[in-house]
Design a protein around this ligand. Structure first.
Ligand SMILES: Cc1cc2nc3c(=O)[nH]c(=O)nc-3n(C[C@H](O)[C@H](O)[C@H](O)COP(=O)(O)OP(=O)(O)OC[C@H]3O[C@@H](n4cnc5c(N)ncnc54)[C@H](O)[C@@H]3O)c2cc1C
Length: 401
């Protein structure tokens, strides 16, 4: 049977980042990539720490010319309710940064990951699907769809929200659907975005325009199922007018680009982030609505911390899949994941709630952010480089055994 040190199940962005992080440190790594995603027209707003990690892994150089900087992030209350929040703008100049982060099409980011992976001698990418996973005190075994078994000392479960690897490790999760769907598409506009991203808070969820290079932006429009069906069925010209109305014409007239998708929203949180030689990476461990660009940024921190622990164990000659490592990973990821999941859930529910005091509280919170500089700067710093969890890769330090 083929043996390796690290097996990564799942070739999404979190899986590729984790695989590259261990392989770049010289640890023998096999990535079981799974089916290639089709129809993902989304973009990802990568915050500065994530970009630093991608730079350190050699990925960013391969795609940075396709990304647009995010310099100002505006939150606009568009709920039309009795108690409304003031507009809040976060400006990267306040932190002395060039940008909070960069927005890039997932397809461009994934192409850069694949290219970088192909140039790493310690990383073996297998274009197959894992069909069975088992672990014991000494080893983890993954069986591929052609029946080939593969043995590894530690498994990174990066196989997404329906993770089979998480299940094989016996890790339970809490899950609930939201009554919301995110419609995503990209568009061109007649006015420049000036590197500003704008998140309108509507009674069905956020409507967010994020800059792309040129006079283009990506849109995430969170609505209920009925509205999503309507938007998805509109012809381009009607949809452009409808979205311009929702965007209050801040970017002028819209031209819709090819490709639309609708993503039902839900929340999933694993009860542990590591057990039985398995570490959960990305959406295998946590899923929440797309508010404030947190999901993959959190997943990249998972990848960086998992790699740091495994590379550390390898260099000490310890077992990288031991209970000590899975417990340390669980401890190190818990606060960061819980904080983000809770913050996004509370903000999302406060938009959906019909209860006046909830609107009042949200308004008061945003008013405090608008008027109290130290609080605003603390929130911005926490978003860009969380103090609870800043792995070495995100400080620009390469890992090595
Ligand atoms: C509308 C929307 C907008 C978003 N915007 C942002 C944003 O701006 N910023 C941000 O940080 N996050 C954002 N997110 C969240 C982000 O998209 C996710 O966190 C990220 O895509 C999750 O990556 P992943 O690698 O964990 O999972 P996935 O992308 O789901 O990858 C899982 C991979 O595992 C593979 N797989 C599954 N089963 C198997 C198997 N048995 N064997 C082998 N492989 C398998 C699949 O083929 C897939 O390639 C957004 C999400 C949504 C819905």
């Amino acid at each position: 049977m083929d043996r390796t040190d690290v097996i990564v199940v799942g070739g999404g962005p979190a899986g590729y980042a984790a695989a590259l992080a261990t392989a770049a440190a010289g640890v023998a790594t096999t990535l079981i990539a799974g089916p290639m995603p089709t129809g993902d027209n989304r973009t990802t707003a990568l915050l500065a720490g994530s970009v630093k990690a991608l730079e350190t892994l050699g990925v960013w150089d391969r795609c940075k010319d396709k990304a647009a900087p995010l310099r100002v992030m505006r939150l606009v209350d568009d709920t039309h309710r009795l108690l409304r929040a003031p507009e809040v703008a976060f400006d990267c100049n306040e932190l002395g940064l060039d940008a909070f982060g960069w927005n890039i099409a997932n397809s461009d980011l994934m192409a850069a990951f694949r290219l970088q992976a192909s140039s790493n001698q310690h990383l073996h990418v297998v274009e197959a699907t894992a069909t069975h996973v088992s672990t014991d005190d000494n080893i983890a075994i993954v069986t591929l769809n052609d029946g080939t078994p593969l043995a590894g000392r530690v498994l990174f479960a990066a196989d997404g929200r329906k993770s089979m690897t998480r299940e094989a490790a016996g890790i339970a999760m809490r899950a609930h659907p939201y009554p919301q769907v995110a419609v995503t598409l990209n568009l061109a506009h007649t006015r420049p975005h000036n590197d500003n991203s704008t998140e309108f808070h509507t009674p069905t969820g956020p409507f967010t325009l994020v800059p792309l290079p040129g006079d283009r932006s990506s849109l995430v429009c969170v609505v209920d199922q009925a509205q999503a069906d309507l938007l998805m069925a509109m012809d381009d010209a009607t949809l452009a007018l409808e979205l311009e109305r929702r965007a209050q014409s801040i970017l002028g007239r819209f031209t819709i680009e090819k490709g639309r998708a609708a993503w039902p929203l839900s929340s999933i949180t694993a009860e542990r982030f590591g057990a039985r030689r398995v570490l959960l990476i990305g959406e295998a461990g946590h899923v929440f609505p797309p508010i404030g660009a947190q999901g993959l940024n959190l997943g990249l921190r998972d990848a960086a911390i998992a790699a740091e622990l495994v590379v550390g164990a390898q260099s000490r000659g310890d077992d990288p899949g031991s209970d000590d490592i899975t417990a340390a990973y669980d401890r190190q990821r818990r606060a960061d994941v819980t904080l983000r999941t809770t913050a996004v859930d509370v903000l999302n529910r406060s938009l959906l709630s019909a209860w006046l005091p909830v609107h009042g509280l949200r308004g008061a919170g945003l008013y405090a952010l608008k008027t109290f500089g130290p609080l605003r700067r603390m929130v911005m710093r926490e978003g860009v480089a969380p103090r609870l969890s800043e792995p070495r890769l995100m400080r620009g330090e390469a890992l090595s055994v």
